[in-house]
Write a protein that binds this ligand. Structure first.
Ligand code: IPM
Ligand code: MG
Length: 357
């Protein structure tokens, strides 16, 4: 049986990096390692241009029918000032919400040869292996009401709503605990319960769920402290679980521990493990079209897809090993270059991973 994979290149460097992921999938298909059927659709700004919507009906229909989705990135200066419903980011947010992919896994793993590429000292990041579990379909990103209103005095006021229901907190915490059980059995729940009522409930639910996981050491941390601790001593963490916006911010921070945001993959899964796989980085319009973007985050996202949705952990591991090998060989895209390495373009990096497989 063929797995149906939907490919959504998106905007900016999206098409370039996704090409390398497709190269890899095609190679695995040719060697008989993977039975896949690829389909393509537009999302984000590309979809606005072609269909007048950042998430066209046909894209959503294909996404629902697919076994898994590989997405590049969305957004760009061209659409910075369009109405919200036409913004490329809205396409991605709607896709996440429509698919119900509430669990976003963002691993931050330092590949040894890249420890030097981090802006932090190598001895702080060397050996780092943490996982951020970000709630993806709730919180302030989706809470109603939201908008900009005009007050009686004529002042305009912007507002968003931070809401979490118990079931939303519970299910994301379970994902965190389940992952912690398979890893180092430590879970840190990140909140702002010294200020936010939502966070008080979050902490209470995390504790309650924790009772089902006596083997996992549960701790709690305020988000500001978590940001500081991630830079001070990131290796103290195993799994972190947090809300949508905190996870957005902390995962960008964590990416730089690994050397480059161009290295961070992600998986976004629903309750059945079906998912959307995308690099953590954005569309990087400043370097789009130059074939210098790092395709490794997208390639590693394919590995996550094999592990979490297609249940092929060995093949996932082979891809991860191939990436490690290419880095060992000294090949680098510009974002991760350092003295004594060989700088290559997007395509050459993709070719090297396929060759290393
Ligand atoms: C991410 C991105 C998105 C988010 C944007 C593009 C909507 O920053 O995946 O981290 O905020 O979730
Ligand atoms: Mg982000």
């Amino acid at each position: 049986m063929n797995h149906k994979i939907l490919i959504l290149p998106g905007d900016g460097i999206g098409p370039e990096i996704v090409t390398e992921a497709v190269k890899l999938l095609d190679a695995l298909k040719q060697t008989g390692d993977l039975a896949v059927e690829l389909q393509y659709a537009d999302v984000g700004g590309a979809a606005v241009e072609a269909h007048g919507s950042p998430l066209p009906e046909q894209t959503l229909a294909l996404a629902r029918a697919a076994d898994a989705i590989v997405l590049g990135a969305v957004g760009g200066p061209k659409w910075d000032s369009v109405e919200r419903h036409l913004r490329p980011e809205q396409g991605l947010l709607n896709l996440r919400a429509e698919l119900g992919v509430f669990a976003n896994l963002r691993p931050a793993l330092t590949y040894e040869p890249l420890a030097q590429a981090s802006t932090l000292k190598a001895e702080v990041v060397s050996g780092l292996d943490l996982m951020i579990v970000r709630e993806l379909t709730g919180g302030i990103y989706f809470g109603q009401p939201r908008g900009v209103r005009t007050l009686d005095d004529g002042q305009r006021q912007g507002f968003n709503t931070l809401v979490y229901s118990e079931y939303e907190i519970e299910r994301i915490c379970r994902v965190g605990f389940d992952l912690a059980m398979k890893r180092g059995r430590k879970l840190c729940s990140v909140d702002k319960s010294n200020v936010l009522d939502v966070s008080v409930l979050w902490r209470e639910v995390a504790e309650r769920v924790g009772a089902d996981y006596p083997e996992v050491a549960l701790s709690h941390m305020y988000v500001d402290n978590a940001a500081m601790q991630l830079v001070r001593d990131p290796r103290q963490f195993d799994v972190l679980v947090t809300s949508n916006m905190f996870g957005d911010i902390l995962s960008d921070l964590a990416s730089m521990l690994t050397g480059s945001i161009g290295m961070l993959p992600s998986a976004s899964m629903d309750a059945d493990g079906n998912g959307l796989y995308e690099p953590v980085h954005g569309s990087a319009p400043d370097i789009a079209g130059q074939s210098i973007a790092n395709p490794l985050a997208t390639i590693l996202s394919v590995a996550m897809m094999l592990r979490y949705t297609l249940d092929m952990p060995e093949l996932a591991q082979r891809i991860e090993t191939a990436v490690a090998r290419v880095l060992d060989q000294g090949l680098r895209t510009p974002d991760i270059q350092s003295a004594g390495t060989r700088v290559v373009g997007t395509g050459e990096m993709g070719d090297a991973v396929v060759a290393a497989l």
